[in-house]
Design a protein around this ligand. Structure first.
Ligand SMILES: Cc1ncc(COP(=O)(O)O)c(C=O)c1O
Length: 402
């Protein structure tokens, strides 16, 4: 009998972590590596948020937080939803979690029975299907349309829904594509869901504030209030507030589900870090002006990356509306040969070639459920990004037709 649970056979270790490990190994060997694989801003957490954490520690606010989160933070979360999304929640309809990731995980653990299906549009964030499987459910992957900016076609969604479908996971703006679904796109999805009252919506809005070109943001509970009674809206502070390591996320939705999630949390992590929760109050209630400043820098980097990559032989990338990723079509390099004579058969071969020949770590599209693409994150210093994209361009130039 193995010490490892058989349920783990259903999931894979994170492919993005495997790439990071290979890049770290090459770096130890003395290679000059630029990692474009991580999904976190390079900016520091703003000072006023750090100050709030220091004050909390110095005031002895270092004990367990109450079940569900600090009342002050749950109230700040309610204010955020009202101010930014026009959504009314009471604190009891909210839950503070250890990162947005815990909110998603708790929701799946609290709701899935064996055989329940979760519709996940591809390309998807790597964790969704495996979290579903860990919770005993089945991931039903439905392709979005790269030709339409990775929009999820209503017909494709309708075809993926069965009587066993319990959830649709919607990630907007999306990782890995950066695609932004506008209000009309959300309304079209809502229209399909009205036909299927058994399907709940898990709206992962973690990149809500990382938006470009003056875009405005909509979440599905806002554009389809009639679906709010079966929508869980998940968000967090990791991305726009540059707080990945603080581990603060939150969710809001119907009491029945929030209570069930809280029950799972009470028997697993107990609560999110109390000090981080006090920092979270400062983040949500405090000055927000740094977000626009960061977005202006991200937008410059997005445009720089797009310009170099779209001039690279065999690569193509549309302009994403949010998040900090480019999901680059690399169909045009497949079948070519590297200077070492290896034929590139798929996107994994291409990212391996980029890492080995140029020291650039990107993630292959297969990891996100749609090939042939690769993802780069542009949440790193502009000069490094330029260097990395120029290396990718050079790598493409050195390929030979087969
Ligand atoms: C789409 C998406 N959802 C959720 C998360 C989780 O974020 P965190 O747990 O750091 O709040 C991430 C992080 O990369 C993400 O990309």
């Amino acid at each position: 009998m193995s010490i490892v649970a058989s349920s783990l056979g259903r999931i894979t270790a994170s492919p993005t972590r495997a790439i990071a490990a290979r890049a770290a190994q090459l770096e130890r060997e003395g290679r000059d590596i630029i990692a474009l694989a991580a999904g976190e801003p390079d900016f520091d957490t703003p000072q006023h948020i750090r100050d709030a954490a220091v004050a909390a520690m110095n005031q002895g606010k270092t004990k367990y937080a109450p079940q569900g989160g600090l009342p002050e933070l749950r109230e700040a979360v309610c204010r955020k939803f009202k101010r930014e999304n026009g959504l009314e929640f009471s604190p009891a309809q909210t839950l503070v979690t250890t990162g947005g990731k815990e909110a998603l995980y708790l929701a799946l653990m609290a709701s899935l029975d064996p055989g329940d299906e979760v519709v996940i549009p591809a390309p998807y964030w790597v964790s969704y299907p495996d979290m579903v499987r860990l919770a005993g459910g089945t991931a039903a992957i439905v392709d979005s349309d790269p030709a339409r900016g990775f929009a999820l076609a209503p017909e494709a969604l309708a075809a993926a829904i069965t009587p066993r479908t319990k959830w649709l996971i919607l990630n907007n703006p999306g990782n890995p594509t950066g695609a932004l679904i506008d209000a009309a796109g959300l309304r079209a999805i809502a229209q399909v869901l009205r036909e299927h009252p058994q399907v709940w919506i898990m709206s992962d809005d973690i990149y809500e504030h990382v938006l470009y070109d003056g875009a405005s943001y909509h979440t599905i509970a806002q554009v389809a209030p009639d679906l709010a009674e079966r929508t869980l809206t998940v968000n967090g502070l990791s991305k726009a507030y540059c707080m990945t390591g603080w581990r603060i996320g939150f969710a809001a939705g119907p009491r029945l589900l929030i209570d069930a999630m809280t029950k799972v949390q009470s028997q697993s992590t107990s609560c999110a870090c109390t000090i981080s929760q006090w920092a979270g109050v400062a983040a949500l209630d405090g000055d927000q002006s740094f977000i626009a400043r960061h977005n202006a820098i991200f937008q410059e980097r997005r445009d720089l990356g797009l310009s170099i990559l779209n001039q690279s032989n065999g690569l193509r990338c549309a302009t994403p509306g949010g998040a900090f990723y480019l999901y680059v079509d690399c169909r045009g390099v497949l079948g070519k040969r590297t200077p070492q004579g290896k034929r590139l058969a798929n996107d994994e071969d291409f990212v391996t070639y980029l890492l080995d020949s140029q020291g650039v770590a990107a993630v292959h599209g297969a990891a996100f459920g749609m090939s042939p693409f690769f993802r780069i994150s542009y949440a790193l210093a502009t000069e490094q990004l330029e260097d990395a994209c120029t290396r990718i361009q050079r790598a493409c130039g050195e390929l030979e037709a087969a």
